[in-house]
Design a protein around this ligand. Structure first.
Ligand SMILES: *Cc1c(COP(=O)(O)O)cnc(C)c1O
Length: 397
C-alpha cells in the first residue's frame, strides 16, 4: 500500500499546487473519523467544507447509492429518469418553491442563477438587452468559474485571469445603504451569501437580509441566496436565510446535497422566474443524473427524519461557548452560527492548523487568518468534546 510520504511526493509531482494542502493524507473514513494510510485517526472538523454533513459513509446514503448502482447510474438529459423527479419534488416542497434546475457543482449552480436572473431581467423586467446588472458583495465566495472570478474581490482568486465577465456591481457586505445606492433600473438581482463562510464566517447584522430582501422586492429585483455552504441545517436553521425570515426568489444549493459522496447542486425558485429556461438554453451532461439524484433524495430524507437542525443549533452554541475558554491573546474573534464556526487570529492561522492536525483534529484556515470549523452534523456531544479538549489544549498559550 502507498504510504503518506509517497502520496505527497506523487501529488506534488503530478498535480498543480493550487490548493497547497496541509500535510496529511486521508485514505479511509467513517462517520466523523478519518484515517491516514498508517492508521492514525483524526476527527474531521472540516467536514469537506460542509459537503460531508452526514460524515463519511452514512449507512443510509451507502444503501441508496448501492441500490441505484444496481439499477442505473447515468442517463443523459435526452431522456427522463425516475430519480431526478423525486429529488426535485422533495427539494421544491422543502423550500416551498415550484421547481428546480439541477446542476453538478456549486459554481455551476451560481452560473445558472446568474443566467436565470439575466434572462428574467430581459424577458420579464424589460431591461434593455445586454445591460442587466447584478449586485454582489465584497469578500464574496461564489465559486471558481471565470464569471465568479470576475466579481471576486480576493486577489489570489482573480489575478491574471482577465478579461472578466462584465455586468456586476460590488458593494460592501452587511451595508443596506450601499445596496440602496447601487441599484438602478437595470438591476436584475442581488446575489448574496447569508453568511460569508469562506471570507471567515462573517454573519450580517440581524435584519440586514430582511431589509435587503424587502428593498429588492420593492424595486423588482431578484434576491438570490447562495446557500451552497450554509443550507440544510448547517447554521441551526433549515436555511441560513431563515434567521432573518427571508424567502429568497432563488436559492442556490450544493455541497450538502451530495451526501458526502459526489457533486450535485441545484437552484430552486418559482415557475415565473425559472421558466425563462426554455429548451436548448441550458444544461450539463451529468446534471440530475439518477445516481446523484438518488443520493440527494436520500440526504433530504435523512435530514427530515432526524433532528439535525436543532442539534446543529445546540451543539454550535455549546462549541462556541467552549471555544471562548481558550486563553490566547492572538485570537481576535470567535464567530459562528450553528455548526459553522470561525476563530480569527491576528496572524496567519495555518500553523495552528498544522498543530491541531498533529493532535488529531482536522481543520483548515480560510483566507489566511481564520480557522473555519464545519464538523459533520452527525457529530455526537462526546465526539465534539473529544475535539474541543484538543482544540483548547492546542490553541491555549
Ligand atoms: C463551495 C461554495 C461554492 C462553490 O461550490 P463548488 O461545488 O466548489 O463549485 C459557491 N458558493 C458558496 C457559498 C460555497 O461555499
Amino acid at each position: 500500500m502507498i504510504n503518506s510520504k509517497e502520496v505527497i511526493e506523487l501529488t506534488k509531482k503530478y498535480i498543480t499546487n493550487h490548493y497547497n494542502p496541509l500535510s496529511i493524507v486521508i485514505s479511509r473514513g467513517k462517520g466523523v473519523w478519518v484515517e491516514d494510510p498508517e492508521g492514525n485517526r483524526y476527527i474531521d472538523m472540516l467536514g469537506t467544507y460542509s459537503a460531508s454533513s452526514f460524515g463519511h459513509k452514512h449507512p443510509k446514503i451507502i444503501k441508496a447509492i448501492k441500490k441505484q448502482l444496481d439499477n442505473i447510474a447515468l442517463v443523459s438529459n435526452a431522456f427522463y429518469n425516475d430519480q431526478l423527479c423525486l429529488f426535485a419534488e422533495k427539494l421544491a416542497k422543502l423550500t416551498n418553491k415550484d421547481m428546480i434546475v439541477p446542476m453538478n457543482t456549486g459554481s455551476e449552480a451560481v452560473d445558472t442563477a446568474i443566467k436565470c436572473a439575466r434572462r428574467w431581467a430581459y424577458d420579464i423586467k424589460k431591461v434593455p438587452q445586454d445591460e442587466a446588472e447584478i449586485i454582489v458583495c465584497e469578500n464574496n465566495f461564489h465559486g471558481r468559474n471565470i464569471t465568479q472570478c470576475s466579481f471576486s474581490t480576493d486577489d489570489s482568486a482573480k489575478k491574471g485571469f482577465g478579461p472578466f465577465t462584465p455586468g456586476f456591481k460590488i458593494i460592501p457586505y452587511d451595508d443596506i445603504e450601499a445596496l440602496k445606492s447601487a441599484i438602478s433600473s437595470k438591476t436584475a438581482a442581488f446575489l448574496v451569501e447569508t453568511i460569508q463562510c469562506v471570507a471567515g464566517v462573517f454573519i450580517p447584522k440581524p435584519g440586514y437580509l430582511k431589509e435587503a430582501f424587502n428593498y429588492c422586492k420593492k424595486n423588482h429585483i431578484l434576491f438570490i441566496d447562495d446557500e451552497v455552504q450554509t443550507g440544510f441545517g448547517r447554521t441551526g436553521k433549515l436555511f441560513a436565510c431563515d434567521w432573518d425570515n427571508v424567502k429568497p426568489d432563488i436559492y442556490i444549493f450544493g455541497k450538502f446535497l451530495g451526501g458526502g459522496i459526489l457533486p450535485i447542486s441545484a437552484i430552486v425558485g418559482n415557475k415565473n422566474i425559472l421558466q425563462v429556461f426554455t429548451p436548448g438554453s441550458h444544461g450539463s451532461t451529468f446534471a440530475g443524473n439518477p445516481l446523484a439524484s438518488s443520493i440527494a433524495l436520500a440526504s433530504l430524507e435523512i435530514l427530515e427524519e432526524e433532528q439535525f437542525v436543532k442539534r446543529s443549533y445546540e451543539l454550535g452554541n455549546y462549541f462556541i461557548k467552549r471555544l471562548r475558554e481558550i486563553k490566547n491573546s492572538n485570537i481576535k474573534e470567535i464567530r459562528g452560527k450553528g455548526l459553522v464556526i470561525g476563530i480569527e487570529f491576528y496572524t496567519e492561522a495555518r500553523s495552528y492548523c498544522d498543530r491541531l492536525i498533529n493532535n488529531g483534529v482536522l481543520c483548515k484556515d480560510t483566507r489566511g487568518k481564520t480557522i473555519r470549523f464545519l464538523p459533520p452534523l452527525i457529530i455526537t456531544k462526546d465526539e465534539l468534546d473529544w475535539a474541543i479538549k484538543r482544540i483548547i489544549d492546542t490553541l491555549s498559550e
